[in-house]
Design a protein around this ligand. Structure first.
Ligand SMILES: [Zn+2]
Length: 195
């Protein structure tokens, strides 16, 4: 595994990052691509500036990546939504009703908050359970993938074969490659120092 730090001089003009024409995970010829967007933390004409990475993949690894999402992100979202709605209704009903126009909406705010918290917790529990079952089919790929809830609070994009993250304070895009050879090739292509 290799970590590469890519300096970003001007976050408003994110550098174009090049990838070799082969799968970042297994090194087979590129058959498809997956897009990642890193938030640069700045705005240009009221829209957030994103650095887009077009990551080459082979069909097999792309398929694997989708299957990992099916047992991590998808259960989290679906279970989180259902549990969130279930929590929203009673929380709204038990919340004290406001007496002034300013507090009239309080039950809904309270219910929405309770639903959000319950949804995140419930979604995570379901994701952990699904992951445990899925691990016997997918192995370490699924185990290594951080829980979706952690992804909500960090800016790291995880992908089969590596991850990408932009560190605002240091102005560095950090890319992690699981395949060392691909990492070396990436360095050469982008004119970075040898690792
Ligand atoms: Zn591949």
């Amino acid at each position: 595994m290799k970590t590469i730090e890519f300096p970003v001089k001007d976050p408003k003009k994110p550098p174009k990052i090049e990838f070799a024409n082969r799968c970042v995970n297994c090194g087979k010829p590129k058959e498809t691509t997956l897009g990642l967007s890193l938030d640069m933390g700045v705005q240009k004409r009221d829209t957030p500036v994103m650095m887009t990475l077009t990551v080459p993949m082979c069909n097999r690894c792309d398929e694997k990546e989708r299957r990992v999402a099916m047992v991590t992100l998808v259960p989290f979202l679906i279970a989180g939504l259902i549990i969130g709605i279930i929590a929203f209704v009673p929380a709204t009903l038990i919340a004290p009703e406001g007496t002034t126009p300013q507090t009239l909406a309080f039950p809904f705010v309270f219910g929405g908050f309770a639903g959000l918290i319950a949804g995140i917790i419930g979604g995570t529990v379901v994701e952990v359970i699904v992951k445990m079952f899925a691990a016997s089919f997918f192995g370490k790929l699924v185990i290594q993938r951080p829980l979706t809830v952690l992804g909500l609070f960090s800016s790291t994009d995880e992908l089969i074969g590596g991850s990408a993250k932009y560190m605002k304070d240091k102005k560095i895009a950090r890319l992690v490659f699981e395949n060392d050879e691909i990492a070396r090739e990436f360095n050469t292509l982008n004119g970075l120092e040898r690792v």
